[in-house]
Design a protein around this ligand. Structure first.
Ligand code: SF4
Ligand code: SF4
Length: 96
C-alpha cells in the first residue's frame, strides 16, 4: 500500500458515501488476492463473464472481446467459473 491511501480514520462514520457519483474513485480491487487472465484465442464472445461479474468491471472492446478493469476486480473467480470455454484463469497476485 502507498502512503497516499486513506486509512480507517479518514472514513466517515458508517462508511457513508458523502459525494454522489464518487464510487468509481475508490479502487476497490486493491485488496484482491487473485486476478483473472484470459486466453482470448478460445473466446467465443458469448458475454457470460460480463453478465456474471458481480462488480460490473468487465467491458467489451470494439472487437467484441471482453476485458477486466483490474482497478475494480475483486478476484472472486466467478467469471472463470462461468466461462464455458475455459478462457479465464485465476492467478495469484504477487506482492509488490
Ligand atoms: S474475478 Fe470476479 S470481480 Fe473480477 S472480473 Fe471476474 S467476476 Fe468480476
Ligand atoms: S464467458 Fe468466456 S467465452 Fe464467453 S465472452 Fe467471456 S471469456 Fe469469452
Amino acid at each position: 500500500m502507498s502512503g497516499k491511501q486513506k486509512g480507517w480514520k479518514d472514513l466517515k462514520l458508517g462508511c457513508v458515501v458523502t459525494e454522489p457519483g464518487s464510487a468509481s474513485s475508490t479502487k476497490t480491487g486493491e485488496w484482491r488476492s487473485e486476478r483473472p487472465i484470459r486466453d482470448n484465442t478460445k473466446c467465443m464472445k458469448c458475454g457470460a463473464c460480463y453478465l456474471y461479474c458481480p462488480e460490473g468491471c468487465i467491458n467489451e472492446d470494439e472487437d467484441g472481446f471482453f476485458a477486466t478493469e483490474l482497478y475494480y476486480c475483486k478476484g472472486c473467480g466467478i467469471c472463470a467459473h462461468e466461462c464455458p470455454r475455459g478462457v479465464i484463469t485465476m492467478i495469484e497476485e504477487e506482492e509488490e
